[in-house]
Design a binder for this molecule. Structure first.
Ligand code: PEP
Ligand code: MG
Length: 845
């Protein structure tokens, strides 16, 4: 038995804000594929050794190095994201491989400002590269000084000698040498492709080595792979010894040949890194010229590439006199406001209008202005002081433990840059975007996305972002295909190149042949014809082939969306997410303000269409600043939805009165979110009944079924409720115990899981026994693949996203209820969501 080690302290190599690794905008770090640790958003530019040890690797681009301590711990320090692209520019190394360094000794220098202008991010990752050497990592939080304690590692009983020890015992020895492979990666195997390769290699039991000339490295060690200092075009091969050697060599050679997820013309980083899949899956997804990313917005487009790059804005620190600099800031803010106001079109997509309105609000932020003015008083130029002020603001928000506030940081940077560009007299956005363009960029800011001219831009691909990013949400609301987290090779596609963007599958085909272009155009034409046909029938009711009517209604957030829904053929609104009225403000809306907003939605629908207003569904992950709720360990299991309403009855009462005041203008229903028990429903309904007595108005009162307990007791709740609507998003999360926003669980958290389907079946059964109707308002209702199954389960109403209305109605018309019922019986006996999806896909073909 080995003795346990005392904790091993790691110092901060830089001063700055400590950022959890999962917030780093690079999946190999965020998902800890390279190793566990933290990131620092640096304010100093001299990298200090976080521990004593030997420099075992220093990348040729000088942006990353690895130290090995005497106890075997290997620490990788990676300055910035994608800084390998800078090829060493801006970095001055102070040590060499093989040097012994003491903790606190300077390792390299870089110019923070110069780098900030060129790098995608300066976030610097400090990660343990040989995680088998440690059993636990404790990290500090907040702002840290260079050299101060950063992490404490609990060492494994016997720390293995890292790079060589990562391989498992070879078992029944079979030795295999693979064929030579030419490395396609422009920067060789730097951190990201090395991490992808090491993660794939670790799935095999064999000892695996990557060989280049006379050098070789353990393929399971990121550090060792980087230490090979490989370059594009070099010939390498794999060797393996162990029970699965042949399989490992074949699969990994394919992965290396395809660039380990990042080379041009092969499978890309995002898909590999986001969900490290067996190498065979990677190769199956690969196809020459295809760059893989994450689907951000569905659809297909064929167009010409326009590359967008964020220009570095140079500013001088020294100002003239404070009053003049201050005047400049105010004038630039004024001008920025005018620019944004000119972009706000009252008839525009609401998501775009909301973002621009939020930017206007940020421009008015007194603290931001005060801080910038304070800078000018210290002698700084307007541009310098403004940049310091907004960057500091954004940095603070990014460090908060609140997803919503963190999101605002990108808006602050966005609006900050708009003003900065005006101050510096720089034109940042391109005005000459021709029709038929597909935009490619590292990132698009929310306001850039909001300014996209749909008549010219057919779609876009970004190397940053993800499916849940702001930009992805905007792309969906604009109805244009978009792919996020696409391989970096996309940035090198020459302007004007014809490409195919497949937003549905998350692919950018950068080099399509004439045949492929023709096939994509034919697919587009077929899709357009289908959409036109669906749209032409969208006004008519959705009736199955055997005469069963399904109500197809919409999920909306405000009157503008309700009007759009009606235009698209919605027969009503099955879910008005009333949160929109409560967000982004300092206090709750008054009863009168709410009543006016509900009345506006009711007018948009007309009296004959049902309007189901869900009472406020906040709490947990959706905080309201003016409704302080205690911090919770498990926010999704805490005060959420109706629990907040019952905890703050005055808030619920005011909302119910407001809904009832609007009742004479439409056909309004009240719906309570997150009902988990009949008691809760009865208590909430009692408040509704009081409000009805006070206002003299009446409305039906329903429950959302989104908690398994409510589904299991639907029969009991149905005696009290007038109707049900199944919130499949939450019902899936609670049935499967999978966070609905978890990036790694996104594929598994599928509402088509048979366990979730059984919950829906029970809900329908319980409701129909008491003559109540059941809708589905979660995302699954908008998936045309699922429509036959939902009909078969007996659902009466589908409440769908506005763009899906026509397609869902068409899907209803294609099937017969009796076939759907047989399908539901068959599917309910299945064991996995994959099996259900496969069955539904076969049906759709
Ligand atoms: C749901 O949970 O399915 C639902 C419709 O509610 P929300 O997505 O607003 O939580
Ligand atoms: Mg919900």
């Amino acid at each position: 038995m080995s003795a346990t080690h005392p904790p091993f302290e790691i110092g901060a190599p830089l001063a700055g804000l400590i950022v959890p690794l999962d917030r780093v905008p690079d999946p190999v770090f965020a998902q800890k594929i390279v190793g566990d640790g933290v990131s620092i958003d640096p304010t100093s530019g001299e990298l200090l050794a976080p521990m004593a040890g030997e420099v075992v690797q220093l990348h040729g681009a000088h942006h990353a190095l690895t130290l090995r301590a005497d106890n075997g711990v290997e620490l990788l320090i990676h300055v910035g994201i994608d800084t390998v692209m800078l090829r060493g520019e801006g970095f001055a190394p102070l040590v060499h491989v093989g040097d012994r360094v003491e903790r606190g000794q300077p390792l390299l220098r870089f110019d923070v400002d110069a780098l900030a202008a060129r790098a995608r991010s300066l976030l610097t990752q400090i990660v343990v590269a040989n995680m088998d050497a440690v059993t636990a990592i404790e990290t500090c939080r907040g702002v840290v000084a260079a050299g101060a304690p950063l992490m404490r590692l609990t060492l494994a009983a016997a720390a293995p000698a890292a790079s060589v020890a990562a391989g498992a015992s070879p078992g029944a020895a079979e030795s295999v040498q693979g064929d030579a492979v030419v490395l396609p990666n422009a920067q060789g195997l730097h951190a990201r492709p090395a991490a992808v390769l090491a993660a794939a290699a670790k799935r095999y039991k064999s000892e695996i080595r990557l060989v280049r000339g006379g050098d070789e490295a353990n393929a399971k060690s990121v550090v060792a792979l980087m230490g090979l200092a490989t370059r594009q075009g070099q010939s390498v091969h794999l060797t393996a010894t162990g029970p699965d050697a042949a399989e490992a060599v074949a699969a990994l050679a394919r992965l290396v040949g395809q660039g380990c997820g990042e080379a041009a013309g092969t499978a890309a980083a995002a898909s590999v890194a986001a969900a490290p899949a067996p190498a065979t899956t990677v190769s199956a997804a690969a196809d020459a010229g295809q760059l893989v990313g994450v689907s951000a917005s569905p659809g297909l487009a064929v167009g010409s590439v326009v590359q967008l790059r964020e220009l570095a804005i140079e500013v001088h620190e020294q100002g003239e006199n404070p009053a003049r600099e201050r005047g400049r800031i105010e004038a630039a803010i004024h001008e920025a406001r005018a620019q944004i106001e000119a972009l706000i079109d009252p008839h525009a997509q609401s998501a775009r209008a909301e973002i621009l309105a939020a930017h206007l609000e940020l421009l008015d932020d007194p603290d931001l202005l005060d801080q910038a003015i304070a800078g000018t008083s210290r002698g700084q130029s307007a541009a310098w002081a403004w940049r310091e002020a907004y960057s500091g603001f954004a940095l603070r928000l990014e460090g908060l433990d609140n997803a919503l506030l963190r999101e605002r940081a990108s808006d602050i940077r966005d609006i900050g840059r708009r003003v900065l560009a005006l101050l510096a007299g720089v034109q940042t956005s391109r005005l000459d975007i021709p029709a038929g363009s597909i935009l490619i960029a590292e990132e698009l800011s929310p306001s850039e996305t909001a300014q996209i001219d749909r008549s010219k831009v057919l779609g876009f691909a970004t190397t940053g972002g993800g499916a849940t990013s702001h930009v992805a949400i905007l792309a969906r609301s604009l109805g244009i295909p978009a792919v996020c987290a696409v391989a970096e090779a996309a940035l090198a596609i020459p302007e004007g190149t014809r490409v195919v963007l497949d937003g549905t599958r998350g692919l950018l085909h950068g080099n399509p042949s004439a045949d492929e272009l023709a096939a994509a155009r034919a697919r587009l034409a077929r899709q357009a014809a289908r959409r036109a046909e669906e749209a032409s029938g969208a006004a008519a009711p959705a009736v199955t082939r055997d005469g069963h009517r399904i109500e197809v209604v919409a999920n909306v957030r405000n009157a503008a969306e309700a009007a759009e829904a009606v235009q698209q053929g919605a027969e009503g609104v099955g879910l008005l997410r009333s949160e929109f009225l409560f967000e982004d403000r300092d206090s709750a809306p008054s009863e009168a303000e709410q009543a006016a907003a509900y009345e506006a939605v009711a007018h948009a629908l007309g009296r004959q269409r049902t309007l189901v207003i869900r009472t406020l569904d906040v709490g947990g992950d959706k905080p309201l600043s003016y409704l302080p709720l205690p911090r919770e360990d498990n926010p999704f299991l805490g005060l959420r939805g109706i629990r907040v309403g019952l905890d703050r009855p005055e808030l619920l009462r005011a909302q119910l009165r407001a809904i009832l005041r609007a009742a004479p203008h439409g056909h309004l229903h009240i719906m309570f979110p997150m009902i988990a028990s009949v008691d809760e429903f009865i208590a909430a309904k009692a408040i509704a009944l009081e409000a009805m007595a006070e206002t003299g108005q009446h409305a039906k009162v329903g429950a959302m079924i989104e908690v398994p307990a409510a589904a299991l007791l639907a029969d009991v709740i149905a005696r009290e409720a007038d109707f049900f609507s199944i919130g499949s998003n939450d019902l899936t999360q609670y049935t499967l115990a999978m966070d609905r926003g978890h990036p790694k669980l996104a594929r598994q958290a599928d509402a088509l899981h048979p366990a979730v389907l059984k919950m829906m079946a029970l809900t329908v059964e319980g409701a129909h026994r008491h003559g109540r109707w059941v809708g589905v308002c979660g995302g699954i209702a908008s998936d045309t693949l699922a429509v036959p199954l939902l009909i078969g389960l007996g659902v009466d109403e589908l409440s769908v996203s506005v763009p899906a209305i026509a397609a869902v109605k068409a899907a209803v018309k294609r099937v017969s209820r009796s076939d759907c019922e047989a399908l539901a019986r068959e599917v309910l006996a299945m064991g996995t969501a994959q099996a259900v999806r496969a069955r539904l896909s076969a049906l759709a073909e």
